[in-house]
Design a protein around this ligand. Sequence first.
Ligand SMILES: [Zn+2]
Length: 123
Amino acid sequence: MAPNLSKADKARFLKVLNILRTEFKCAFPVKIRTLPKEKFLGYYGLTQLIDGKEPYFLITIRRDSYDVMFETTIHEWSHALCWTLVQQHTTDEILWHDESWGISYSKIYSRLIDNSSAAKCSA
Ligand SMILES: [Zn+2]
């Protein structure tokens, strides 16, 4: 797990991962790893389907502040959630962020962001 996060942020991040794993199950298990900034060339995250006997999604997140890592994680998880052959065979940014990705992202977003802000507003 990301060594740059405070203990409290690490706990918050694990909570988010837990919600994603239980409420937004993907076609294959999802493994998350974080890498230091210097290993990334201008992007924040990456989702790959690692094919084999037991396929899994590998989501790589750039180590950053909690907020940036949170945003990156839900963005990447949305890719895993709606993964199709399109993603498997193209690097086209527009195809990667098509309607199905948008729907997946909005579902996760409203679960993890809208709900908490609504809770804050009604308090
Ligand atoms: Zn993307």
